[in-house]
Design a protein around this ligand. Structure first.
Ligand SMILES: [Zn+2]
Length: 151
């Protein structure tokens, strides 16, 4: 590997550069921190865009709002979850001991998953409600049909 500070070649897995004394863990911490922050940013983007889509669709009187919001949010939530997981993976690999970085990655993952689950639950509840409504109206039409035939 190459030292990020002085650019000299150093043996793989070296923690402190023998040439300049630079702590290689600092680089790894920076990387994990970046992944964690990206995860949170994508989570926030997911929320923002799903709210925007919902607002536009509700104003336009469109149906299936939750699924559309979920679709748009997924574009951001899936990378968010991936970045958070990558951050945690790198954190573990480098044996880092910075709780703040670990928490950043975990918060990112939790936020992304929570939004995903919330939108999915909302969509599923809407679909179930529609289904029962449809079957209820189908039931009554059958009833009417039978009633007419008997009559
Ligand atoms: Zn160095």
């Amino acid at each position: 590997m190459i030292c990020k500070n002085c650019g000299n070649k150093i043996p793989e897995g070296t923690e402190v550069c023998p040439n300049c004394g630079y702590d290689q863990k600092v680089e790894k911490e920076k990387k994990c921190k970046k992944y964690g922050k990206l995860s949170i940013v994508f989570g926030i983007l997911g929320v923002t865009f799903s709210i925007l889509i919902m607002a536009v669709m509700v104003m336009a009187g469109e149906e299936g709002t939750a699924w559309s919001a979920l679709g748009i949010a997924s574009i951001f939530l899936i990378p968010g979850i991936i970045f958070g997981s990558l951050g945690l993976k790198k954190y573990k690999e480098a044996n880092l001991e910075n709780e703040k970085i670990k928490k950043t990655c975990m918060i990112g993952i939790v936020v992304c998953c929570a939004i995903f689950i919330a939108l999915f639950t909302w969509g599923a509840i809407g679909a179930i409600a529609e289904e029962t409504e449809n079957s209820a109206s189908n039931g009554s039409s059958h009833f009417n049909l039978n009633f007419h035939m008997n009559f």
